[in-house]
Design a protein. Sequence first.
Length: 230
Amino acid sequence: MEYTMLFSLFLYTIAVISHISFPANAQSHCLGPCKTLNDCAGQLICINGQCNDDPDIGTHTCANGGGGGGGRAHGGGGGGGGGGRGGQCRPSGTFKCHGKSFPKYTCSPPISASTPAKLTWNDFSEGGDGGGKSECDNKYHDNSEKVVALSTGWYNGGSRCGKFIRIRAKNGRSTTAKVVDECDSRNGCDREHADQPPCNNNIVDGSDAVWKALGLDVNIGVVPVTWSMA
């Protein structure tokens, strides 16, 4: 009798387990194990074998923070969407540059009335570190001009070429600048990109005049700002 009850319980347990559906491609959450960029849920990316916050987007989902930054490139072709599906912007792959791997993006974070970004410095003049001529007008620009390049997603295939954006620094100062180029988030490490790695997906690459108008020192290199269409 006892054997019969145990056997029946065993069969019942097997039946219950067989009806439980397990996710086919489970994704890891904060600090979960990962091997590729696609192994992590939401806006997390794989850093040193663990899913963590994406430093390019600036999320703070994980309590222990994220990893390192990325490179900056100038010029390029084409363009991508604005904020990705569902407002998320995830890497579309990786790019090898100078022996290091950098995430590639075809999108940027969603644009708002106060879009967080990283302001970097660029020389848009001939012979400067920007590489080739500006994508929008096929021209070089003097350092006295207030011009910017936007990350691939924000550049949006050139739809913002010639338009002005307003940039606001944390010191309270703001200025307007004209969009003349793409800060390529997909390609780099060639002559066209001045041998620099791909841009992060949240870059406003400003000329010397932009930095001066904001009262910022270009030697700082990278400064958090916000921007919107002017």
